[in-house]
Design a protein around this ligand. Structure first.
Ligand code: PLP
Ligand SMILES: N[C@@H](CCOP(=O)(O)O)C(=O)O
Length: 463
């Protein structure tokens, strides 16, 4: 399998080179040159596999230059850190299938890919005897999952930027209580979008990137998307066992468009699914894109589902590549226009195509709180605010097939929102309680790429 950029200037990369390149050197995002199509017998044989075996089979279709025995070991090691034997179990609550993606070390879906990516990085670094400086942006969950994926690993430094005061207290504690020498937490004065823009700006300085051996853990990195494809298949097989359904529908709470894009790729591989439900909070740029063909920037709102407080959705560019049928010049024109004007509009014909892939709804904070509360009182099951956005959106635009809602985080990560939804309800968890009172390390900086570069340069030789 070879990889190419959405912007057309990079092609023919191996999987390993794509992993290490992160952001494509022409400023685009990397994608596989073809998407493998699963045959019916393959689907049937995959349906009987455990999560880790399924992950191995799917990842091996894309990671074609990693020797089979090494890949199997990497996959097995990555999912051994999960606290549920099924890794991503599906539980039925009322008439909704909840795909629980929060059984990893930091209690969010990010662990599914970042445990694997951390191990993959370590594998390459040992093999090639080199160092890596990871830089990443987080609105709360990617940061702690990435840190958990690489902490204690030799030859790696990690620098994580998060928006000051905009992540939940638990998310901040999960990051800043990791005081290992190779972990650098930076609270920036700005939004997640500012943090992500800084990361892309630094990656686009090719000389700095080479000199300091930069690596990416955000969904900029194809591996993030790849590892997330697996659980869409896993969930479909579990629901099919219970319902004998031909198709399911997934509702995906969305911010950076990475998770739902993984589902979209699964669909292209042959997953029997209806249109994906794209669920946003009040930061609804993606919802407007689907419903009105209007992808235009607005201010970032601070919501009760803070990990989705995003306007500039990184993986949107990957979807554009398919929407424009691989026309990289059209992708470049659209991305340039967005950079200059903050807006891309889509013709009626393109809107029809978009609406064949997605339906969308946006859910405000009040509706999120009501959804958490009503679901809890009806079923006894506590939804985190992001998951609640997905469940509520599905009630607005879902179709008449079994519904799988992605539970992207554990409610214990968002005590403020839970407490607002259900008076006096606190979902304490031992692994979080243990962090309280631990020493913390975090630097606060202005949202300025040059300050982050200085920090990386100052520390990069220490790995
Ligand atoms: C808990 C949670 N749910 C949903 C999302 C949205 O996922 P994506 O950014 O891949 O669209 C995020 C952040 O990315 C998150 O942390
Ligand atoms: N919601 C994310 C934002 C970063 O997205 P990513 O999927 O590109 O890493 C977070 O929790 O940090």
């Amino acid at each position: 399998m070879k990889y190419c950029s959405t912007r057309g200037q990079v092609r023919d990369l191996s999987f390993s080179d794509a992993v290490m390149m992160g952001l494509a050197s022409d400023g685009g995002l990397l994608l596989p040159e073809q998407i493998p199509q699963l045959t019916q017998p393959q689907l049937e044989s995959f349906s009987r596999l455990s999560y880790t075996d399924l992950a191995y089979e799917i990842i091996s279709l894309y990671a074609t230059d990693v020797p089979a025995a090494d890949l199997r070991r990497l996959v097995n090691t990555s999912y051994a850190s999960f606290n549920h034997p099924e890794i991503t179990p599906v539980v039925k609550q009322d008439d909704v299938y909840i795909l629980e993606l929060f059984h990893g070390p930091t209690l969010a879906f990010k662990d599914v890919a970042l445990q694997f990516l951390g191990n993959l990085f370590e594998y390459y670094l040992i093999r090639d005897n080199r160092n890596l400086n990871i830089i990443g942006a987080t609105s709360g969950d990617t940061g702690s999952a990435a840190i958990a994926g690489v902490r204690g690993k030799k030859n790696i430094n990690i620098f994580i930027l998060f928006p000051f005061g905009r992540v939940s207290s638990v998310q901040e504690m999960q990051m800043t209580t990791v005081t290992d020498d190779n972990v650098f937490n930076v609270a920036i004065d700005g939004t997640f979008d500012d943090a992500q823009a800084i990361i892309k700006e630094i990656f686009n300085d090719q000389q700095f990137k080479q000199t300091h051996a930069l690596g990416s853990i955000n969904s900029i990195n194809w591996v993030r998307v790849l590892a997330q494809i697996v659980y869409y298949f896993y969930a479909y097989f579990r629901v099919r066992e219970q319902t004998a359904c031909e198709q399911v529908q997934f509702s995906v709470p969305t911010g950076n468009f990475g998770d739902i894009f993984a589902g979209y790729i699964a669909g292209k591989m042959g997953l029997p699914t209806r249109r994906f439900i794209l669920a946003t909070n009040s930061n609804n740029i993606l919802c407007r894109f689907v419903n009105e063909g209007d992808y235009s920037l607005a201010d970032v709102h601070h919501s009760l589902s803070p990990s989705m407080d995003i306007q500039v959705a990184s993986n949107f560019e990957r979807y554009l590549y398919y929407l424009y049928e691989g026309d990289t010049a059209a992708v470049v024109t659209a991305m340039d226009r967005f950079k200059k004007t903050g807006k891309i509009t889509f013709s009626a014909a393109l809107q029809t195509k978009i609406q064949q892939d997605f339906v969308a709804a946006s859910v405000d904070d009040q509706q999120t709180l009501e959804q958490i509360s009503s679901f809890y009182h009806h079923t006894g099951y506590l939804l985190d605010p992001h998951t609640a956005v997905g469940v509520k959106a599905a009630s607005k635009v879902g179709e008449d097939v079994p519904l799988v809602c992605l539970a992207t985080a554990h409610p214990a990560k968002f005590p403020e929102a839970i407490n607002k939804a259900i008076k006096d309800k606190r979902p304490p968890l031992e692994i979080i309680e243990r962090l309280r009172g631990l020493p913390r390390r975090c630097e606060r900086l202005a949202a300025d790429a040059s300050l982050i570069k200085e920090m990386v340069a100052r520390n990069s030789s220490k790995s």
